[in-house]
Design a protein around this ligand. Structure first.
Ligand code: THU
Length: 156
């Protein structure tokens, strides 16, 4: 039997080390955490997406008394972006989370369902979507969702 080893490449840096354009996108994701509707988890997630038309679209998580009816910040953002600008390609996505009065010290990675949804639009874009996961102590910079979803379901 063979063993398949899969490696993931993630750059780790501080917020201050980001180039200005990346900081702007991260700042938007941080700002979007304040628009969350999270009466159940109290975990505020914000996302900001740069499109090929130069626009930045932001979104936040929106919860519901019937739990599965809520939506993560990432899917709020990417579904809205593609609804509003169906011709635009996704370039770069930033994610931040805020809990109990501060931004999280560690980056918040997207859940599995959001990874699959981001993959869909990465395929449409035809190139990796750069992903910036903000944390107070460190920021993860990832070149494409495939790094976070190494075995993708993308053909049927
Ligand atoms: N959440 C996101 O918005 N994005 C993620 O990738 C992980 C989780 C939200 C969903 C829910 O509103 C709250 O965080 C707690 O799970």
């Amino acid at each position: 039997m063979e063993e398949l080893k899969i490696t993931t490449n993630i750059q780790v840096c501080s917020y201050a080390e980001l180039v200005e354009d990346d900081r702007i996108l991260v700042d938007k994701a941080k700002a979007m955490t304040q628009n969350s509707y999270v009466p159940y988890s109290h975990f505020h997630v914000g996302a900001a997406l740069l499109l090929s038309n130069g626009k930045i679209v932001g979104g936040s998580n929106q919860e519901n008394a019937a739990f599965p009816s809520g939506t993560c910040a990432e899917r709020t953002t990417i579904f809205y972006a593609h609804s509003k600008y169906p011709e635009a390609k996704f370039q770069k996505l930033a994610i931040a989370a805020w809990q109990a009065g501060d931004f999280t010290a560690n980056p918040t990675p997207p859940c599995g369902a959001c990874r699959q949804a981001i993959l869909e639009y990465e395929k449409l874009a035809g190139h990796p979507i750069k992903i910036l996961l903000y944390g107070r102590d460190k920021v993860y910079v990832i070149n494409g969702i495939r790094e976070l979803l190494p075995l993708q379901f993308d053909e049927f």
